[in-house]
Design a protein around this ligand. Structure first.
Ligand code: TYD
Length: 198
């Protein structure tokens, strides 16, 4: 049964807006849903998020802190909720580390796989909001302040996007790829189709 769902995409894909709407659609079906996010989701994880989004650091440190925050998140929030019979929707999870630190920054894919195995948990379903980088960039232009990742150039985001495609190719059963370049209504229709299959 689908219970642990993650949302992924490049910055500006619109996943956070769609996540709130999707969670509400599941609640209306009577499901007990919690919404959380990465990096973050716990008090320690939020402190790590603050550093990760603002402070320059080596690629390896960045990857390990992402996974450190994730381990805390899994142990403190995700697993207890799943054990209590709740549904968990996370705004980003391990795929983001492969896309951003792996494909984006060039961190070794196999090292990331070791960290992923350490954390242990895999989502039952991952919605990947796929959008051309130019479209994502236009949406980000409305943000007043950009974090360390959002300030990267198009080349970085193109690599991140291809990193997500690599993850989809490695585990196609787990993913649903959403065409996020479409209008809000059209994307919501795609999400409703997914809700109907849950
Ligand atoms: P994001 O979901 O974009 O937060 P917000 O919508 O509030 O800006 O996540 C923050 C950033 O963290 C995003 O640019 C991607 C990055 N990130 C990684 O590089 N690796 C990871 O493992 C995770 C979870 C996020």
């Amino acid at each position: 049964m689908t219970k642990f769902i993650t949302f992924e995409g490049v910055d500006g894909a619109g996943k956070s807006t769609h996540l709130a709407w999707f969670a509400e659609a599941l609640r209306q079906r009577g499901l007990d849903v919690i919404v959380t996010r990465e990096p973050g989701g716990t008090p320690l994880g939020e402190q790590l998020r603050e550093m990760l989004l603002n402070q320059p650091m080596s690629i390896g440190t960045e990857a390990m802190l992402m996974f450190a925050a994730r381990l805390e998140h899994v142990e403190q929030v995700i697993e207890p909720a799943l054990r209590a019979g709740r549904w968990v929707i996370s705004d980003r999870f391990s795929d983001a580390s492969f896309a951003y630190q792996g494909a984006g920054r060039g961190m070794d894919w196999d090292k990331l796989k070791q960290l992923e195995r350490w954390v242990g948990v895999q989502p039952d379903l991952t919605l990947f909001f796929d959008v051309p980088v130019e479209v994502a960039r236009l949406r980000l232009a409305n943000n007043v302040s950009l974090d360390r990742f959002e300030q990267e150039q198009d080349g970085f985001f193109n690599r991140v996007r291809s990193g997500y495609h690599r993850r989809v190719a490695e585990d196609p059963q787990r993913f649903r790829v959403i065409d996020a370049a479409q209008t809000l209504d059209a994307v919501q229709q795609q999400l409703l189709d997914i809700v109907a299959t849950i």
